[in-house]
Design a protein around this ligand. Structure first.
Ligand SMILES: *[C@@H]1O[C@H](CO)[C@@H](O)[C@H](O)[C@H]1NC(C)=O
Ligand SMILES: *[C@@H]1O[C@H](CO)[C@@H](O)[C@H](O)[C@H]1NC(C)=O
Ligand SMILES: *[C@@H]1O[C@H](CO)[C@@H](O)[C@H](O)[C@H]1NC(C)=O
Ligand SMILES: *[C@@H]1O[C@H](CO)[C@@H](O)[C@H](O)[C@H]1NC(C)=O
Ligand SMILES: *[C@@H]1O[C@H](CO)[C@@H](O)[C@H](O)[C@H]1NC(C)=O
Ligand SMILES: *[C@@H]1O[C@H](CO)[C@@H](O)[C@H](O)[C@H]1NC(C)=O
Length: 386
């Protein structure tokens, strides 16, 4: 069952602004509106149409309900302080727990030591999105323009965390995703899974700066989009920095991506059935699309359990060992100073390209060791080595 609290869109607010002019808020001449606890949630549902400065203090969101902050007035700021609680909903639901969509010029911030608590530990069953209980996605950012999301800490996400879609010029800075408590043995029916931190689609000019992520799936997965930067980040325990899977969707272009000055570390207690990787591009078997101008610069890999660097053009094949296909081109794949280690059971580098679809690759200062050397690399373009 999916229930979404229907918060009034900004233009439909019934309560007239009753605030006196505060000398501290001369800019917009409006006092901040503070919402606290569960009564705060109820009040927020009827929020002032003109409230430009929303403070959410120890907010308690009802179980199975979206904290819906869509259609905020352009220029609104939303500040989270204390612990925002999204309780467990035993029947399961798809979420999102929080949506901040369809607006522009927003500033969304978490004050120091604030956190958004997703009650993931009550949902985790080692099965992620495929388990018997539907788990809510966390933070939906769709159709947001010219905005900043900063200092947000996500704690115990049930499944995927940020879903960034249809956005333009959005910076996420100093975001933390702490799903450490979700490390567990999937085979024993424990732990978080599919807890991707940042899923990006159909967006332009998205910058993720200084993120710190401990999770059990992709740190970043870009399915489509242009001009995306991930810089000064730490990704631990998950599947690293990924492009894809690309192909078979409505938007199949990924262009101008930069991953820079970041560390990808995979804890040794990651599930044996996961595929923790460092840098990855996967394109879907039998589909079409464009992947171009992808750069990994100054990226350190530590204790990667499966693949250090992997490019696979046969993702999700119709049968095991189906060959890679060439409908999605990967043009301009640059690695500079990508170094580190793979565990002995893993593979340093694996490249599996379709006929003529991998071009203009330039790898310099690539030094990934500790794991096995693959004997199955196919059509490695000049400029790269396997
Ligand atoms: C509207 O804003 C004023 C001033 O911040 C506040 O006193 C009042 O409770 C708000 N009303 C609602 C319904 O949030
Ligand atoms: C991008 O968004 C930021 C933050 O709102 C804003 O300051 C900047 O002017 C925007 N850039 C462009 C090109 O509009
Ligand atoms: C992406 O960045 C390039 C280079 O800075 C720029 O020329 C182009 O206009 C940008 N594209 C979009 C869609 O913002
Ligand atoms: C390639 O991407 C980089 C960012 O990594 C950008 O600065 C550059 O302008 C892009 N090149 C082209 C030709 O768009
Ligand atoms: C290479 O990248 C590492 C981070 O992985 C950084 O510490 C080092 O300074 C970089 N080397 C150069 C020559 O930029
Ligand atoms: C990598 O594994 C080695 C050997 O188990 C361990 O000593 C080291 O602390 C690990 N490094 C990281 C960053 O986890």
């Amino acid at each position: 069952m999916k229930i979404i609290a229907s918060l009034m869109p900004a233009f439909f607010g019934s309560a007239a602004i009753a605030a006196s002019i505060s000398p501290h808020h001369v800019a917009n001449q409006i006092a901040p509106c503070t919402f606290t606890g569960s009564t705060g949630f109820d009040l927020l549902s009827k929020r002032n149409s003109s409230c430009q400065d929303i403070i959410l203090s120890d907010l308690e969101v009802p179980a199975g309900v979206t904290l819906n902050l869509d259609n905020l007035n352009p220029g609104t700021s939303v500040t989270f302080t204390g612990k925002t609680v999204f309780p467990f909903f035993p029947a399961g639901w798809a979420g999102p727990l929080l949506s901040i969509s369809s607006s522009s010029q927003l500033t969304i911030r978490g004050l120091p030591s604030s956190l958004l608590y997703g009650s993931g530990e009550s949902y985790w069953d080692g099965l992620g999105q495929n388990g018997p209980i539907t788990k809510p996605k966390f933070f939906q950012v769709h159709n947001l323009i010219d905005s900043v999301i900063e200092g947000i800490t996500i704690f115990n996400a049930p499944v995927q965390v940020f879903s960034i879609n249809g956005c333009k010029n959005v910076t996420l800075s100093g975001v933390t995703v702490d799903n450490k408590a979700g490390d567990g043995d999937w085979n024993a029916g424990k732990g978080g899974r599919n807890t991707d931190a940042f899923d990006i689609g159909s967006s332009t000019e998205v910058r993720i700066e200084g993120a710190q992520v401990w999770n059990q799936d992709d740190c970043v997965a870009i399915n489509s989009g242009t001009n995306i930067t991930f810089r000064n980040g730490l990704c631990s325990g998950g599947h690293g920095l990924s492009i894809g899977s690309v192909g078979g969707r409505s938007d199949n272009t990924v262009q101008n991506v930069l991953f820079e000055n970041s560390v990808i570390a995979n804890s040794e207690n990651a599930s044996p059935t996961s595929i923790p990787t460092g840098a990855r591009i996967k394109t879907k078997y039998g589909t079409t699309g464009i992947v171009s101008n992808i750069t990994y610069h100054n990226v350190m890999l530590q204790n990667i359990t499966k693949y250090g660097i992997v490019v696979d053009q046969s993702y999700s094949p119709p049968s095991k060992n189906a060959p890679p296909t060439n409908g999605v081109s990967i043009t301009g794949f640059t690695l500079v100073n990508v170094t580190g280690n793979v565990l002995p059971t893993g593979t340093n580098i694996f490249v599996n390209c379709g006929d003529g679809s991998c071009k203009q690759w330039e790898w310099t200062e690539v030094d990934v060791k500790g794991g096995k050397k693959s004997s199955k690399c196919l059509r490695v373009p000049s400029g790269a080595s396997c």
